[in-house]
Ligand binder design. Sequence first.
Ligand code: SAM
Length: 245
Amino acid sequence: MIDPETPQLPEMSERWQQTLNWQPSPKQHQQFQAFYDAVVIGNRQFNLTRITEPSEFWEKHLWDSLSGIQSFLGSGAARVAIDIGTGAGFPGVPIAIAQPTWAVTLLDATRKKVNFLQTALSETGIGNTRLLCDRVEAIAQHSLHRETYDVATIRAVAAASVCAEYTLPLLKIGGIALLYRGQWTAEEENALKPALETLGGTLERSDQFETPLTQSVRHVLHLKKMAPTPKAFPRAIGISTQNPL
Ligand code: SAM
């Protein structure tokens, strides 16, 4: 849906190119705009995000979401991905728009957010997503989901070791978890390593970005699944956050 009252998003073709070496096609830009319209309209009812000004939305929601998959952008390979705690659809929806050959599952435990996404996605014509309203601790123990994804993304959901416990069980061996973080230090990295060993993962790399408009520092951690995650993980609902690895 294009809402005539919602402001236009900036195209930012050069910024996309300079920072992520990629540009949206006109169709993809139109889908970003249609999703932005849906978020602005949905916000009136659901209180989804404080970030609604067009250039701030571009930087903090669209650009930030795609910075995490920079190494995949432009590749037409098919991949099965899941965005855990997607909220109003970040980073999962921009990823689904940018990578039409991916099948992206958007998971959130909050019914009103999933209801918003159901309406928004049907109105914006983004067909390569499916929605799940559940806790990740439950679906990651289910054979329909466990060890079935190539990529798992997670932004603004929990501490890094909790995000590792949520993502790694869902990945196939060789799959990649992308943990979107703000600041990230060597101490945090050292503290994360024992949890990764327990969960069958390793930190492949951590990419540092500077956001293009406000020059904030962002990091994306790439965790690679090396071995099956022991069945005990993720632990029962709430335990990972109460007692992080
Ligand atoms: N990822 C989005 C973003 O960056 O804008 C939303 C972040 S919001 C702060 C965190 C979301 O994670 C909430 O919508 C919440 O319902 C969801 N969430 C938290 N814990 C969860 C869990 N264990 N399973 C599924 N969803 C969860």
